[in-house]
Design a protein around this ligand. Structure first.
Ligand code: SF4
Length: 263
């Protein structure tokens, strides 16, 4: 049976051994067109209110079981790869089917986490947060905390909320999630173009740290471009810069309960 939904499993520095699950159509569907996107440009961004109805077919369960029985040491079943997964109205149907399969199989270590990637653009919706809060681990994107940097870096659809609203929605999500884990993912990059200011600028890094301090996530994951970016003029920051940013984050956030890692 050809695979319809899953990728891998592959080793991820942030998740361990992870099986990717794509719940969107094969063409990228996203509210953003990030300059650094590693799956190519978004030719037409969609509004955060846009929804598709694509429930899991009966093959989803079979496909998961067929793969997972060979990897009893898996660490994460990770939803999201080809855009923004919360745009699929049936997100929770995928979650429930995955949970059933996880409960039915035998695991050599802890059972894998059911993880969700989101770009955070839809989290201002109560209905979306209500769905997202079920996942064991939510990896939520926040690369910027000033409106200019948000527009330059993530190039959101015109109906996307502003960056302050996104930060507020992450504060609410943290409260909604209770005993589940929220990780904020910050991709920081640099630019070869003198007329393009990347998100690695003093003001953005400082404001980002204050936003994280307010959100109080469990984890912060700082990383940079690792594959071919959508735009030719952006490139990865180096290890030294990542360490400097982590130091700034630690000083401003000043909360030992928040784990700050870089990759
Ligand atoms: S949010 Fe993710 S999928 Fe969408 S453009 Fe940005 S990096 Fe690509």
């Amino acid at each position: 049976m050809p695979r319809q939904y899953t990728y891998g499993p592959f080793r991820s520095r942030r998740l361990g051994l992870s099986l990717g699950v794509d719940i969107l159509p094969k063409n990228k569907l996203c509210t953003y067109n990030c300059v650094y996107c590693e799956i190519g440009p978004t030719y037409e961004t969609v509004s955060p209110e846009y929804r598709i109805k694509a429930p899991p077919s009966s093959n989803f369960r079979k496909e998961l079981i067929n793969i997972l029985k060979y990897v009893p040491h898996l660490n994460s079943i990770t939803v999201g790869y080809n855009g923004e997964p919360t745009l699929n109205e049936n997100l929770l149907d995928f979650y429930s089917a995955t949970l059933d399969v996880r409960n039915d199989l035998k695991w050599t270590n802890e059972p894998p986490l059911i993880t969700l990637f989101t770009n955070s653009s839809t989290l201002h919706s109560d209905e979306i947060r209500e769905r997202v809060k079920h996942f064991d681990l939510v990896l939520a994107k926040l690369d910027t905390a000033t409106e200019n940097d948000f527009i330059n870096t993530n190039r959101p659809h015109k109906d996307s909320p502003d960056v302050n609203t996104i930060v507020e929605s992450l504060v609410k999500l943290r409260k909604d999630m209770q005993n589940k884990k929220l990780a904020i993912q910050c991709l920081i990059y640099n630019s070869y173009r003198e007329d393009f200011i990347s998100n690695d600028n003093k003001e953005n890094i400082k404001r980002l740290a204050y936003a994280i301090k307010k959100i109080k996530p469990d984890i912060v994951q700082l990383y940079s471009i690792a594959r071919i970016p959508s735009e030719y003029f952006v490139y990865a920051i180096d290890e030294k810069r990542k360490k400097e940013i982590v130091k700034i984050f630690r000083e401003i956030i000043n909360n030992d309960l928040i784990e700050i890692n870089y990759y």
